[in-house]
Design a protein around this ligand. Structure first.
Ligand SMILES: [Zn+2]
Ligand SMILES: [Zn+2]
Length: 353
């Protein structure tokens, strides 16, 4: 091991707090096909298993021994500060070994296409994070490096969420077409030339449009299954299974769905009239056992922070925007309660203005 490597090992405290969520999210964004559902619980347990099986020092040793997979893994751990203090510049160096022939430790042989694509995607993420340098001031060199590496990853035939995200931001900032350019001091020419990136971005747009049309048709058939029935809640499920259905004896065509047990409780006074036709108003304040909800998997205790959506099912909520419009915000990782909290903050902030 050379001195630089030893320095990294020396800085690892014995009781280093594992930054496992960030590592899991990074891995999902730069290493998983874009169609892989974001299941945070699963990604976290996988990240934990992997890192327990392969401690940092071991990965470091094998990365130094010339394993591209370990260079990728090591870079990701350093990027988020998992198992060692955060060091993104060193992370970049390990990823460059996989794809950059000018790097002194370039791995010229035996590197798979998938490792190269993932390394490009990691490098894209590194530069993308460095695009904003000030208020309304962008570092165009960093932005271009992010775009180029996303394009190179896509050219290897693998499309990761981060590739699509980078394409989306660059397009919406006006760098894809000269007529959209918001930064006239910078030319968009080299961005326009990233043909593979724009091809996969357009392909994804068409897929999303088709997915939305399919969803709209399903929602039209069974609207109650996609919308939390509690008054004022506003949470919608992208899929039927994202919400919990009342398991009581209410008629099938009026069966309500809820985003949470709290919402079910809140709605019970109204709903019990059709769910338990014999009961009189006010006789029961909470749902009975026979009206329990269909179960969602629970997170292990150590990760049961209230803002996670353990099942990884996408929920949607209309969020008010400063310009008076609303945006339908969707998340697979946030819990409905946390999304509503965000909406409350947004409303509060807007009313302060
Ligand atoms: Zn709700
Ligand atoms: Zn019911």
């Amino acid at each position: 091991m050379d001195a630089g490597v030893e320095a990294i090992v020396d800085r690892i405290p014995a009781d280093w707090d594992p930054n496992v969520l960030e590592l899991a999210q990074l891995r999902h964004n730069v290493c998983a096909g874009y169609k892989v559902e974001a299941n945070i619980q699963q990604t976290i347990s996988r990240a934990l298993l992997l890192t327990r099986a392969r401690p940092f020092a071991r990965v470091l040793q094998d990365a130094e021994g010339g394993s591209a997979e370990d260079c990728l893994d090591l870079g990701q751990r350093l990027f988020v500060g998992y198992g060692a203090p955060k060091d993104q510049d060193t992370a970049l160096e390990y990823w460059r070994r996989i794809v950059d022939p000018t790097h002194p430790r370039y791995l010229s042989a035996g590197v798979s296409r998938s490792s190269r694509a993932r390394a490009h995607c990691c490098i894209s993420r590194y530069w993308f994070d460095r695009r904003i340098v000030g208020r309304d001031e962008w570092n165009i060199v960093s932005l271009y490096r992010a775009a180029l590496n996303a394009d190179l990853a896509a050219s290897l035939g693998l499309i990761f969420p981060n590739v699509l995200f980078v394409a989306k931001i660059i397009e919406s900032s006006g760098f894809r077409r000269p007529e959209d350019n918001r930064f006239p001091q910078h030319s968009t020419k080299r961005f326009e030339r990233l043909e593979t990136l724009w091809a996969v971005a357009d392909q994804r747009k068409r897929e999303l449009e088709e997915e939305n049309r399919r969803r709209d048709r399903k929602v039209a058939k069974a609207p109650l299954a996609y919308m939390c029935a509690a008054q004022g809640c506003g949470i919608e499920g992208t899929k039927k299974a994202a919400l919990l259905q009342c398991a009581g004896k209410c008629p099938r065509d009026q069966k309500p769905s809820y985003c949470s047990k709290e919402c079910q409780k809140q709605d019970w006074k109204r709903h019990k009239l059709i769910c338990k036709p014999s009961s009189t108003a006010g006789s029961s304040e909470t749902p009975q056992q026979d009206t329990s909800l269909t179960a969602k998997p629970e997170l292990p205790d150590e990760f049961s922070a209230a803002h996670f959506n353990p099942a990884g099912m996408e929920c949607r909520l209309d969020m008010p925007m400063p310009d008076g419009s609303t945006v339908n915000f969707a998340s697979k990782t946030m819990s409905p309660a946390f999304m509503k909290e965000m909406r409350e903050h947004a409303i509060e902030k807007l009313s302060d203005r």
